[in-house]
Structures are given as structure tokens and as C-alpha cells.
Design a protein around this ligand. Structure first.
Ligand code: AMP
Ligand code: ZN
Length: 470
């Protein structure tokens, strides 16, 4: 299978050739675990999940390692813990910090699973790799790429000649475009933090020793976390590294500087997803259009519908979440579920596979699924959709719509009553049943020759359905 990917480093689409086909390795920058994931945070996860599934197919699941980290050192986590302590929560501040990170990680796992994403092979937490970060900072200092100042360790950007290679910016552009923190202890405003001091009520660890002097109790900067964790888990050189486009600069640029200055080859291919917007606008709390994955799931939007909408835009394009797309995805999936129900033993269609292999062309893959559905090829539709993480084979179509088996049995019984009433020419009762079902969100659509279709609408209310008395 020929896989092509567009590498941010070269800005070109090229054939993907792993360093070792027996050990294909990729790293995705994961979330900072201070709160629920918003909808945009799910975009890189879905994109990398599609890639993970493709690599499984191409190289075998045992020959692929996917690492996605949790950043659990963060001032916003500390802030919640501090607030809880002030509100009288039991336990030390350290316990409360841990508790906040743990609950956020559990939410993240549940939300990403609901979108049909497979679990990565490893999910390192930054706090478990502090030793490796300290070692790396000491190595950078020994090689002249880092220096200590006032309890901080800083990366000396001027020592790393190819800084800016990934984002293609000059140092002047970067200074102008970024909120570079000017601090009196920096040799140069571009230098970035590898380690910073912690106060007594902040989490802290023994710092690196630079020029024989310990920096003392502190915590790592964000960028060094990914360099140290990817090194520990995937080695000095690995295949693919990614994240959202917002991470390209400075986060990924800094990761490259740190790892390559240590002499590591680091990642061969860089992938970046464009950003998610909502109804044409940037998602933000101030615009009132900010929502989490969980908000949508709680509103009754199936995770699969969210995934379908994500797949309908190529990762390299900005993607717009809209109510119209949600409704269309929901209708399409309902149709496909009914069609694919019980179909086993199909093969992933080559048209779907070649689209995904071509730089993760997921909109092309969905077009191919539409063609399979149109041709009535249920087995290929089922297998191909499952490859993309859609049409879960363990679910009936009604379960995918949020109806449990009891609810479906009730719908079927009412429909049978309706058919009997129509046979007896009691159209008033037949219509009353149809209207009652419509009122609880189950639309019955009569087809030719006594056939009918059931469509579940977003207004579906299971309790009201079960309570219907006709
Ligand atoms: P963070 O927890 O903020 O570091 O973000 C986790 C991941 O979500 C990173 O890969 C970001 O690039 C990505 N991300 C954040 N906001 C968006 C968005 N609006 N659209 C797409 N990806 C995003
Ligand atoms: Zn990272």
C-alpha cells in the first residue's frame, strides 16, 4: 500500500517510508488536562486515529506505536486545586492537583472513545518523565544550547542555527508575531523556558544542575515535556509527529530545537491539522459559541455523527462545525446503519482505502462510501465505514440512534397496531399512532406496498415513548 502524507517540513506531499517497517512510531501532542476537551481539541485526535488505523492495516497493529501525552503540569490545574482547597476540600494541594488531572484524564478518555477513537499504545503523563526532562536540559546546557538564570533554564535560540525551519519564519518574524516574553534574565528575548522555579504552593521537583549549580525546586516548561517523552518512548528518531496548526510555532519549533540540539534525528514527518470553527467563526468563550465534546454528547448528538462531520473536511483545511452538517450527517448515518445492519464479511473497498492513503483524504473516503451505499453494496459499506471508525458492528441501527432494545420493541409493537388498524380501515387510529410516535421523536415514513421506515429525530424522548398509551 502506498501512503502519501504532506510533510509540514517540506510543504510537499510525498510517499511515506517508515524508518523501520517493523516499528512505525508516531507522537501526537495531547491535551493539557485542566478541563473538558472542547470540540476543536478532538480534531487532531480523530485525524491521528484515521492515520493509526491506516498504519495498522499497512504494517500490522503489532508494528505500530502511537504515543499521545497528557500535559499534567499546568498553572490552570493548580488554580482549580487551590480553589477547591479554599472551598474546604480535603487533602493536600498536591492531592488536589492530582485529583483534578485524574478526573480530566478520565473525561478525556470517555469523550474520545465516544467519538470512535482507538486508544493510543502509550499515554505518558509529563509528571512521570520529570527525570528525563531534567537530564535533557543538563545535556543541552553541557552542549551550549541552554543556560541557567535566576532559577530558570533557558534554551539559547541563537546557538541553534536552523531555528524556524518548520514554520518557515525568520527570527524577526517570530519576534514580531509572537508574544515573546521579555525577561531581564534572558540573553535574548527569543530564548524559551526549559525549567522554571516553583513557589511552595506550586508542584515542584529537583531541578537540573547547570555549571555545577542546581536550579533548585521547580517545574519543566511545556516544550521540553514532549521532547523528553517522545525520546523516552519512541527513541531518538521516529516517523510522525503532529498536532494542531496552532502548535507549529512555537511549540513544535521548540521541540525540534531541543531534540535536534541533543543530536536526535527526531520526527521525519510533521502533520498539522487546521483549526475548527463554529458556524464560520472562531470558537471562543467571548463569542458564546464555545462548547465541549461532552456538551454535544449530552445534547444527544451521537459521537459517530461528530466524527462523520470531522471526516467530511480534509485535515489541512479549516473546518466548520455547523448545525446543517450535523443534521445531514445524522440522516446519512441512519440510512447507512439500516443498510449495513447484519452485514459481515465484507472487504474494505479499494476506493475508500486509496482515498485515506492519499494524505488522509477523508472527504474522498466519505464520497466513496456514498457510492457504495448508492450501489447497494452493504457488505463493503459496512467494512469500509468500520475502517473509518463509523458504523460500529456491535450496535444495531436503533442503538446507534439512542433507542435501546425495549424502545425499539415498543416502536415495532405500535407500528404493528397501526398496520392492523389500517387493514381494518380504521385510519383515525392509524394516524393517531403515527402522530403519537412523531410526538416523542420517532417519525414513521410509509413506503410502497405496506413497507415503512423509522427515523429517529433529535427530539427523541425514550421515557415519553415508553409512557405512550394508545
Ligand atoms: P491544548 O490542550 O490546548 O494544548 O490542545 C490540544 C490539541 O488541540 C492541540 O493539538 C491543539 O492544536 C488542538 N486544538 C486546539 N484548538 C483547536 C481548534 N479550534 N481546532 C483544531 N484543533 C485545535
Ligand atoms: Zn508537544
Amino acid at each position: 500500500m502506498d501512503i502519501k502524507l504532506t510533510n509540514t517540513l517540506s510543504r510537499k506531499k510525498a510517499a511515506f517510508a517508515p524508518l523501520d517497517t517493523n516499528n512505525v512510531r508516531m507522537y501526537l501532542c495531547g491535551p493539557t488536562v485542566y478541563d473538558r476537551a472542547h470540540l476543536g481539541n478532538a480534531r487532531p485526535v480523530v485525524m491521528f486515529d484515521v492515520l493509526f488505523r491506516l498504519l495498522h492495516l499497512a504494517y500490522g497493529a503489532d508494528h505500530v506505536t502511537y504515543a499521545r501525552n497528557f500535559t499534567d503540569v499546568d498553572d490552570r490545574i493548580n488554580e482549580t486545586a487551590r480553589q477547591r482547597k479554599a472551598d474546604g476540600a480535603a487533602g493536600s494541594l498536591e492531592d488536589l492537583i492530582h485529583e483534578r488531572a485524574n478526573e480530566t484524564i478520565a473525561w478525556y478518555h470517555a469523550d474520545m472513545a465516544a467519538l470512535g477513537n482507538l486508544s493510543p499504545n502509550v499515554e505518558p503523563r509529563a509528571t512521570e518523565y520529570i527525570g528525563q526532562m531534567v537530564e535533557m536540559i543538563e545535556e543541552l546546557a553541557a552542549k551550549g544550547f541552554a543556560y541557567g538564570a535566576e532559577g530558570h533554564a533557558l534554551f539559547r535560540v541563537s546557538a541553534y542555527e536552523t531555528y524556524g525551519r518548520l514554520s518557515g519564519r525568520s527570527i524577526d518574524d517570530m519576534i514580531a508575531g509572537a508574544r515573546v516574553e521579555v525577561a531581564p534574565f534572558k540573553e535574548n528575548p527569543m530564548d524559551f523556558v526549559l525549567w522554571k522555579p516553583s513557589s511552595d504552593d506550586e508542584p515542584g521537583w529537583d531541578g537540573p544542575v547547570i555549571d555545577g549549580v542546581s536550579l533548585g525546586r521547580g517545574r519543566p516548561g511545556w516544550h521540553i515535556e514532549c521532547s523528553a517523552m517522545s525520546h523516552a518512548l519512541l527513541g531518538e528518531s521516529f516517523d510522525i509527529h503532529g498536532g494542531g496548526l496552532d502548535l507549529q510555532f512555537p511549540h513544535h519549533e521548540n521541540e525540534i530545537a531541543q531534540s535536534c540540539a541533543c543530536g536526535h534525528g527526531f520526527a521525519s514527518v510533521w502533520l498539522h491539522n487546521e483549526m475548527l470553527q463554529v458556524e464560520g467563526k472562531k470558537m471562543s468563550k467571548s463569542l458564546g459559541n464555545f462548547f465541549t465534546v461532552r456538551d454535544l454528547l449530552d445534547q444527544g448528538v451521537p459521537g459517530e455523527v461528530i466524527r462523520f462531520v470531522f471526516l467530511s473536511t480534509h485535515y489541512s483545511k479549516p473546518m466548520d462545525w455547523t448545525e446543517t452538517k450535523r443534521a445531514e450527517a445524522e440522516a446519512t448515518l441512519q440510512k447507512w446503519h439500516k443498510m449495513a445492519q447484519g452485514s459481515t464479511g465484507g472487504q474494505i473497498d479499494p476506493s475508500v482505502l486509496s482515498a485515506v492513503a492519499d494524505d488522509l483524504n477523508t472527504p474522498g473516503a466519505l464520497t466513496a462510501l456514498h457510492a457504495l451505499a448508492k450501489n447497494g453494496d452493504a457488505a463493503a459499506l459496512a467494512a469500509s465505514a468500520q475502517f473509518l471508525g463509523l458504523l460500529d458492528a456491535d450496535q444495531t441501527w436503533w442503538q446507534s440512534q439512542g433507542l435501546d432494545d425495549d424502545a425499539m420493541a415498543r416502536v415495532t409493537a405500535l407500528q404493528e397496531q397501526r398496520v392492523a388498524a389500517k387493514k381494518a380501515k380504521d385510519f383515525a387510529t392509524a394516524d393517531a399512532i403515527r402522530d403519537a410516535l412523531a410526538g416523542v421523536g420517532v417519525a414513521i415514513v410509509d413506503g410502497p406496498g405496506g413497507t415503512f421506515d423509522v427515523n429517529v429525530t433529535p427530539a427523541f424522548d425514550q421515557a415519553a415513548l415508553m409512557a405512550l398509551s394508545i
